[in-house]
Design a protein around this ligand. Structure first.
Ligand SMILES: [Zn+2]
Length: 323
């Protein structure tokens, strides 16, 4: 099936009461590992690329790698999503490349500016039937050049924001942060906020910075020469609580990075004579597969790949009332 819009993916997830993992990609092994999991577990999947990923792949490689993934997995619903779009210019580029969904992150601006920039993107993207995720509130941590102080999403503001912006999904800040160092100690999340926001905005919610940073992945890295200290992620139970209360898209990047790095380190440590990239990128790909497969079970999307009657961007134009 062709790439589907995020709108449809999250609507289906709402119906089925599950969440869909959005995994960051920038090379072939990651995409293959993710798609193997989606295929084996019959799960819908969101592949997302940040501006950094577009730059790293010269855009055209990403485009065709995802096209290959779709061609090889005709029965799996796949969304191609722009992660943390910073401007209308980036959004335009992504839509030209064939993305079926974009995020505009203007959350570091004041409320009115965020509304204006996000609204502009919605008006542009919806003309092409492309879905839009916007963000209100700010996360901690660093992702690409997105850095800042934590400011939790306010439910009153969220209601007004979604009404004025008309986005298809809303990224909320509930205390998670980007990267491997999410918490100094036990994670503290404002989980009650999720149901409160969802009851007001009534559109699918997105959790960013939702890697779980499993101890065993960190241990593998540290055992084989790496150094990652005091890292804590978001517990799976917290994400599952979110899914019960309106979260439909869960962004996972760090866990995949950790898994790949651990596999590469272990392989090269155990046999220092190896120098064929396939010898270490193969295990890295397998490690991505393992993590993603587990998340698809954790988030409940496993088994739902066959539920979809794929919608096209043309179908979406009708929904958005584009003439
Ligand atoms: Zn993010």
């Amino acid at each position: 099936m062709p790439l589907i819009p995020l709108y449809q993916c999250l609507k289906e997830a709402e119906k089925g009461g599950y969440g869909v993992g959005a995994f960051n990609v920038n090379n072939m092994e990651q995409i293959q590992g993710i798609m193997k999991a989606a295929r084996e577990l019959n799960s819908p999947v969101i592949l997302q690329a940040s501006r950094g990923a577009l730059k790293y792949t010269d855009m055209v490689y990403l485009k065709y790698l995802v096209q290959a993934a779709v061609e090889q997995n005709p029965d799996i619903p796949v969304v191609l999503h722009l992660d943390h779009g910073d401007s209308l210019e980036t959004v335009k580029k992504a839509i030209e490349l064939g993305f079926t969904s974009v995020m505009i992150d203007a959350s570091h601006h004041d409320f009115e500016t965020n509304v204006r920039i996000s609204r502009e993107v919605v008006e542009y993207a919806h003309q092409f039937g492309v879905s839009v995720e916007a963000e209100l509130g700010t996360l901690g941590g660093i992702e690409e050049d997105v850095a800042g102080e934590v400011q939790l999403t306010d439910p009153d503001q969220a209601e007004e924001f979604v009404e004025r912006v008309g986005c298809d999904a809303l990224a909320v800040a509930i205390g998670t942060s980007h990267g491997a160092y999410k918490f100094r100690g036990e994670p503290k999340l404002a989980l009650d906020l999720i149901s409160e926001i969802y009851s007001r905005v009534k559109i699918p919610l997105v959790m960013h910075g939702s890697s779980s940073v499993p101890k065993e992945l960190v241990e593998t890295i540290n055992t084989y020469g790496g150094s990652i200290q005091d890292s804590y992620g978001v517990p799976i139970e917290s994400i599952q609580h979110g899914i019960k209360n309106g979260v439909r898209k869960i962004n996972v990047d760090t866990d995949l990075r950790l898994a790949m790095t651990g596999a590469v380190r272990k392989t090269l440590f155990e046999d220092p004579s190896k120098f064929d990239p396939r010898d270490y990128l193969g295990p890295a790909r397998e490690a991505v597969y393992q993590v993603v497969a587990q998340r698809m079970k954790d988030f409940g999307s496993a088994g739902h790949g066959g539920d979809y009657e794929p919608m096209t961007l043309e179908d979406m134009k009708e929904i958005y009332g584009v003439k």
